[in-house]
Ligand binder design. Structure first.
Ligand code: HEC
Length: 275
């Protein structure tokens, strides 16, 4: 009976992605769906993605994280974060609380500029405001390394994305509709894999549930290849045979806004190993 209720709710939910949503209701519906599909796994485990379902994978993760092979990259980001700009200012001065425990509020809706601002955008705004050159959103060596370190200052903070007004909700809706839109040669939506099959096998891949995905970026795939969250979105879009939207584009920013909201309440942990 409970399953039937969830299914009915899910069908209504999927059938009307464009309807005016209530983000908290969306999050609860995702939670209920996963609770039904992945029984006996507490939400706190979702931060491990698909590894939460395999003891072997989790053990391997723990041992890699004891001596992360990518530490040098994070240290490189630390150096960039700490080196003053030509005008003597620093990245820390661009953020509240000197950049500590702030990443969990990103992306946020900027009412003045009527746009969603991601953490990586805020890093670029900081450079620009101080007369420095912006970094490419897809360059692991610059933006990637900087983001890895800067986000680590918020490790342990709980994700707390807000959708404060109707304009913000419009952006959230845009992100949500992309999440449910079937794209590419394979005609699959993010939801097909990470909602419907989250915590289950799809073909031969064990898929992570959407909740928990946004709290641990960047990831180092294979222990060395850095992916920001939006680079990961791009990878999934290519995998279904779609042309990926650009990192830093409004489309992916809105997707990140919706996607991150769903992980509200989970602790951030940047720079982790992924397969
Ligand atoms: C064909 C199925 C499929 C589709 C469709 C798909 N993905 Fe994925 N995605 C995967 C697989 C496989 C992985 C790697 C295993 C895992 O972590 O789930 C992955 C990983 C991810 C991760 C990293 C999870 C982690 O813990 O490191 C994110 C974030 C993600 N996908 C987001 C998206 C978004 C957003 C979309 C829609 C644009 C999308 N995916 C569409 C299959 C898919």
């Amino acid at each position: 009976m409970r399953l039937l209720q969830h299914l009915t709710a899910l069908i209504i939910f999927i059938a009307s992605p464009q309807a005016w949503s209530n983000p908290e209701e969306d999050r609860q519906l995702f939670l209920a769906t996963f609770a039904g599909n992945i029984p006996d796994v507490p939400i706190s485990q979702y931060i491990y993605g698909s590894m939460m379902l395999s003891e072997d994978a989790l053990n391997q993760y723990e041992s890699i994280m004891d001596f992360p092979p990518f530490q040098e990259m994070v240290d490189q980001g630390k150096k960039v974060w700490e080196t003053p700009f030509k005008n003597g200012q620093t990245f820390a001065n661009c953020f509240g609380n000197k950049g500590t425990n702030v990443a969990g509020t990103f992306p946020y809706y900027d009412t003045t500029h009527e746009q969603v601002v991601t953490f990586e955008m805020a890093l670029n705004f900081c450079l620009e405001r101080n007369g420095e050159t912006r970094m490419s959103y897809v360059d692991p060596e610059t933006m990637g390394a900087l983001s890895a370190y800067a986000r680590s200052l918020s490790d342990g903070m709980l994700m707390q994305i807000e959708v404060p007004n109707a304009q913000a909700l419009t952006k959230y809706e845009l992100g949500k509709s992309l999440y449910f839109k079937r794209i590419g040669q394979y005609n699959l939506a993010c939801a097909s894999c990470h909602l419907t099959h989250g915590g289950r096998y799809f073909r031969d891949e064990l898929l992570s549930p959407t909740i928990g995905q946004a709290v641990h970026f960047p990831v180092f795939r294979g222990g060395e290849r850095l992916y920001t969250l939006q680079m990961r979105y791009q990878r999934c879009m290519e995998a279904v045979g779609a042309v990926a939207f650009e990192s830093g584009s409004e489309t992916l920013n809105n997707l990140e806004f919706f996607h991150s909201y769903l992980s509200n309440g989970l602790p951030l942990q940047s720079s982790v190993y992924r397969r």
